[in-house]
Design a protein around this ligand. Structure first.
Ligand code: NDP
Ligand code: GDR
Length: 368
C-alpha cells in the first residue's frame, strides 16, 4: 500500500537537513493529455512540478495554461517549464542535474498509433530510444550524485498486447501490431532492464486507453465527441471514420494519473496493468455519444478507407486485479459518464465556435 505520508490529502514532502521540503517531480510530455492531469494531481499534493516541453513553432501549452503562473512570481509558481526533447540526451541529463527530482514521469511520446506507420523511424527514436536516453540520464545522474532514491515511471501501453486475446494482465505475452506498439515494448523492457541491472526504482504502468475532454482531437473518442458537438450546432454534417468494430477498454485520464503516482509510492518497483475491465466497440461509443444529444450516428458517419490501419488491434480488455489489490486503485468514472463528460464539453466548445463563425472570424468548413 501507499506509505502513510503519501495518502491522498496529506502533504508530499521529503525530509532534508531536519526541514521538510516539497517533493519534486519531473514530467516529460507535460503538455499532453496525461501530463496536464498529472500536474494538477501533483500540485494538489503539494509537489513542485518541473515539465520538459519541446520547442514548437506554435505554443503547445494549451492544456496547462490554466495552471501556469509566471516564474517572475517565484514564490507562487510551483510548476516550471524547461525546453528539452527525448531525442536530445544532453538536455535530459542537464535538467535532471538542475532539478534534482524525487520522481520522474516519462509521458512523452509520438503517441498516435496510425501516425506511427507514417513515421516509424521517428516513432522508434522517441518512443523506444528516447526511453533508454532518459533511463541512462537517470542512472548516470544517480551515479554522479548518489541520489539513489529517485523513482521513475514509464508510460507503457495496452497496445503492447496487440493481437493477444483478452483479458490482458501483467503476465500476458506482448504481440505488438504497429511501430508505436513495438517501440513501447522496447521501452517496457529497457525499464525492466534498468531495474534489474542497476537496482533502479523503475515502474512500467501498462495503461489501457484513457480519454477526457483534453484528449487529442485525432484519437477516435475525441474525434467523435468533437463531431457530435459541431453537428449539433450545425457546423459539420459528416464524420469520416475507419474501423468501427475495434473494441477498447476506455477509462478516464484523471483516474489513471493517480495510478501512476501510486506505483511510485510503493516500497518496491513493479509493473501494473491499469484498466476499467470493461470493453466497448467504436460503434458502441458512437451510439452512446450521438444518443446523448438525441441524434443517430448512422445519419452522419461515413466510412473512409484512409482511417483503416495496415494492422489493427481488435480487442483490448484489461485485467487490473494486481493494481486494485496492491495499489488500492480503482476507476471512479465509468463508460457512460466518460462519454457524457466529453460530449457535454464538446457541445459547449462547438457553441463558442459557432459564435466566432457567425461573427465571420473563422470558417465553418474548417474542421478540427
Ligand atoms: P499525448 O499525445 O497527449 O501527449 C504526448 C506528449 O509527449 C506531449 O506533451 C508531446 O509534446 C510530448 N512529446 C512528443 N514527442 C516528444 C519529444 N520528442 N520530446 C519531448 N516530448 C515529446 O499523449 P497522452 O497524454 O495521451 O499519453 C501520455 C503517454 O502515455 C504517452 O507516452 C502515450 O504513448 C502513453 N499512453 C497513453 C494512453 C492513452 O490512452 N492516452 C494509454 C497508454 C499509454 P507536444 O504537446 O509538443 O506534442
Ligand atoms: P488507439 O486509439 O489506437 O487505441 O491508441 P485511437 O483512438 O487512435 O483508435 C482506437 C480505435 O479506433 C479505430 N478508429 C479510428 N481511430 C482514429 N484515431 N481515427 C479514426 O477515424 C478511427 N476510426 C476507427 C482505430 O482503428 C482503433 O482501433 C491510443 C493512444 O492513446 C496510444 O498512445 C495508447 O497507447 C493506446 O490508446 C492505449
Amino acid at each position: 500500500m501507499a506509505s502513510e505520508s503519501n495518502q491522498p490529502g496529506s502533504p508530499s514532502t521529503t525530509p532534508e537537513n531536519g526541514e521538510t521540503k516539497p517533493k519534486i517531480a519531473m514530467i516529460t510530455g507535460i503538455t499532453g493529455q496525461d501530463g496536464s492531469y498529472l500536474t494538477e494531481f501533483l500540485l494538489n499534493k503539494g509537489y513542485e512540478v518541473h515539465g520538459l516541453i519541446r520547442r514548437s513553432s506554435n505554443f503547445n501549452t494549451q492544456r496547462i495554461n490554466h495552471i501556469y503562473i509566471d516564474p517572475h512570481n517565484a514564490h507562487k509558481a510551483r510548476m516550471k517549464l524547461h525546453y528539452a526533447d527525448l531525442s536530445d540526451a544532453s538536455s535530459l541529463r542537464r535538467w535532471l542535474d538542475t532539478i534534482n527530482p524525487d520522481e520522474v514521469y516519462n509521458l512523452a511520446a509520438q503517441s498516435h498509433v496510425a501516425v506511427s506507420f507514417e513515421v516509424p523511424d521517428y516513432t522508434a527514436d522517441v518512443v523506444a530510444t528516447g526511453v533508454v536516453r532518459l533511463l541512462e540520464a537517470v542512472r548516470s545522474h544517480i551515479a554522479a550524485t548518489g541520489r539513489s532514491h529517485i523513482k521513475y515511471y514509464q508510460a507503457g501501453s495496452s497496445e503492447m498486447f496487440g493481437s493477444t486475446p483478452p483479458p490482458q494482465s501483467e503476465t500476458t505475452p506482448f504481440h505488438p501490431r504497429s511501430p508505436y506498439a513495438a517501440s513501447k515494448c522496447a521501452a517496457h523492457w529497457y525499464t525492466v532492464n534498468y531495474r534489474e541491472a542497476y537496482g533502479m526504482f523503475a515502474c512500467n504502468g501498462i495503461l489501457f486507453n484513457h480519454e477526457s475532454p483534453r484528449r487529442g482531437e485525432n484519437f477516435v473518442t475525441r474525434k467523435i465527441t468533437r463531431a457530435v458537438g459541431r453537428i449539433k450546432v450545425g457546423l459539420q454534417s459528416k464524420l469520416f471514420l475507419g474501423n468501427l468494430q475495434a473494441s477498447r477498454d476506455w477509462g478516464f485520464a484523471g483516474d489513471y494519473v493517480e495510478a501512476m503516482w501510486m506505483m511510485l509510492q510503493q516500497e518496491k518497483p513493479d509493473d501494473y496493468v491499469v484498466a476499467t475491465e470493461e470493453s466497448h466497440t467504436v460503434e458502441e461509443f458512437l451510439e452512446a455519444a450521438f444518443g446523448i444529444v438525441g441524434m443517430n450516428w448512422k445519419d452522419h458517419v461515413v466510412i473512409d478507407k484512409r482511417y483503416f490501419r495496415p494492422a489493427e488491434v481488435d480487442n483490448l480488455k484489461g485485467d487490473s486485479s494486481k493494481a486494485r489489490k496492491v495499489l488500492g486503485w480503482k476507476p471512479k468514472v465509468g463508460f457512460e459518464q466518460l462519454v457524457k463528460m466529453m460530449v457535454d464539453e464538446d457541445v459547449d466548445l462547438a457553441k463558442r465556435e459557432k459564435v466566432l463563425v457567425d461573427a465571420g472570424y473563422i470558417d465553418s468548413q474548417q474542421q478540427p
